[in-house]
Design a protein around this ligand. Structure first.
Ligand SMILES: C[S@@+](CC[C@H](N)C(=O)[O-])C[C@H]1O[C@@H](n2cnc3c(N)ncnc32)[C@H](O)[C@@H]1O
Length: 166
């Protein structure tokens, strides 16, 4: 993992449990309110903080070209294990700057930032939003979830389930 990535504290240690928990929730159930925003035509999708790859794999199976960014090695490994045949391209990169994504000089039709923003402070969010904006095509879509209240920590995530705790 890239060292000192803000927001990733604890994920490596709990990756196995978290990855299995996240996998129990389907892409469709989780994103039903925003599914109409996903283009039908094959598109370029960037999934930032992609975790164990549930969403990235779902997009790839729909025919989209997916670049998934995940700074925690253990979660990228879980993704490869869960979805070995997926066409998703994975990068060890992170907000707020997404340096490796930017080096590739691609732009995206959709940027997903699901359950990640809570890990950034105010300054990082401002920088991160500029980064995302630079990577988005005109008329592109950003799907970003926010949580109300602070990140509860991994004990609460485990007890209540990662999605209901958001
Ligand atoms: C709650 S998980 C959500 C994972 C996935 N998006 C999902 O909805 O299942 C938060 C993810 O954000 C990643 N993350 C934390 N800080 C990050 C940062 N600065 N840049 C990119 N990803 C980060 C974590 O490693 C973790 O995979």
């Amino acid at each position: 993992m890239s060292i000192d990535v803000p927001g990733t504290e604890g994920y490596a240690e709990h990756a196995g449990v978290l990855a299995n928990d996240w996998r129990k929730i389907s892409f469709e159930d989780l994103h039903r309110p925003v599914l109409h925003l996903i283009p039908d035509a094959p598109s370029r999708i960037l999934d930032v903080g992609a975790g164990m790859g549930r969403d990235a794999a779902a997009f790839a199976s729909m025919g989209h070209a997916v670049l998934a960014v995940e700074p925690v090695d253990e979660l990228r490994a879980a993704a490869t294990n869960f979805y070995p045949a997926s066409s998703v391209v994975w990068l060890d990169d992170s907000l707020p700057d997404l340096c490796l994504v930017r080096e590739r000089a691609n732009t995206f039709d959709v940027v997903m930032v699901t359950a990640v923003w809570m890990h950034l402070d105010k300054v990082q969010r401002r920088r991160g939003m500029g980064t995302i904006s630079d990577l988005l095509v005109d008329g592109g879509v950003v799907i970003l979830s926010v949580r109300h209240g602070p990140f509860p920590g991994f004990v609460a995530v485990r007890r209540f389930g990662p999605m209901t705790a958001r």
